[in-house]
Design a protein around this ligand. Structure first.
Ligand SMILES: O=C(O)COP(=O)(O)O
Ligand SMILES: [Mg+2]
Length: 222
């Protein structure tokens, strides 16, 4: 018998390489404000805690100090406007993602998506990726009062789908995914190729460390 009935997936850095589009939107926002644009590598190190933190980190780097609330709000709307134009274009999946998701789906295992990305961007990305019907439940970083590393979204999914955390696996690229899963009492697989503030995901001690998404098949005994 399989060890899990439900797999909860992270999005950015796990299924898709979204940094190019996020970096474009950050550049558009900074340029509009007359501030110096930042490198794609810098942006990669700022992803993980949702759009507000991404914008705040970019503004802090460009200004040399934290932005005030008015500037943060203005910059966030500029970022949203720019990212909305990018979010469903030129999607880059990591190797093995689409075929492995198909394998999981064919096995009858249930699937949900829990990202810290603002929810409004997520359905468009999933539809453009051909993944519109893969996930029974999709949560964004602003869907609930708390986002990862809080266990709240993961536990919410378990409750909604009536599956115990012990029968649920989290799959992500960031310490936020590992911390959330551990706090929820869920097993977790950490991907090494994503974004984790430039740190190794192994440092967070997930139950499995995977270099390749297709490695999921053996964890799930597919
Ligand atoms: O938007 C972010 O900061 C990260 O999104 P993720 O949770 O899908 O990795
Ligand atoms: Mg991620």
């Amino acid at each position: 018998m399989a060890d899990f009935d439900l797999v909860q997936f992270d999005l950015d850095g796990t299924l898709i390489d979204s940094v190019p589009q996020l970096a474009d939107a950050i550049s558009a926002m900074l340029s509009k404000l007359g501030l110096a644009t930042q490198s794609v590598n810098a942006v990669r190190g700022w992803v993980g805690n949702g759009a507000d933190m991404l914008v705040q980190r970019a503004l802090t780097a460009a200004l040399g100090q934290a932005p005030d609330a008015a500037l943060q709000q203005q910059a966030r709307s500029m970022f949203d406007e720019a990212y909305a134009n990018h979010a469903d274009g030129s999607l880059v999946f990591y190797p093995g993602v689409l075929s492995t998701l198909e394998q999981v789906r064919a096995s009858g295992m249930r699937m949900a998506l829990v990202t810290n990305k603002p929810y409004r961007f997520v359905p468009g990305i999933l539809a453009a990726a051909g993944l519109g019907s893969h996930f029974e439940l999709v949560l964004g970083g602003d869907s609930l009062a708390e986002k990862k590393p809080s266990p709240a979204p993961l536990l919410h999914v378990c409750r909604q789908l009536d599956i115990s955390p012990a029968r649920s696996l989290m799959v992500g690229d960031s310490e936020n995914d590992v911390l959330a899963a551990k706090a929820a009492g869920m097993a977790v697989a950490g991907l090494t190729y994503g974004y984790n503030y430039g740190r190794s995901i192994a440092d967070s001690q997930p139950d499995w460390v995977l270099d390749d998404f297709a490695g999921l098949a053996s964890i799930l005994k597919l």
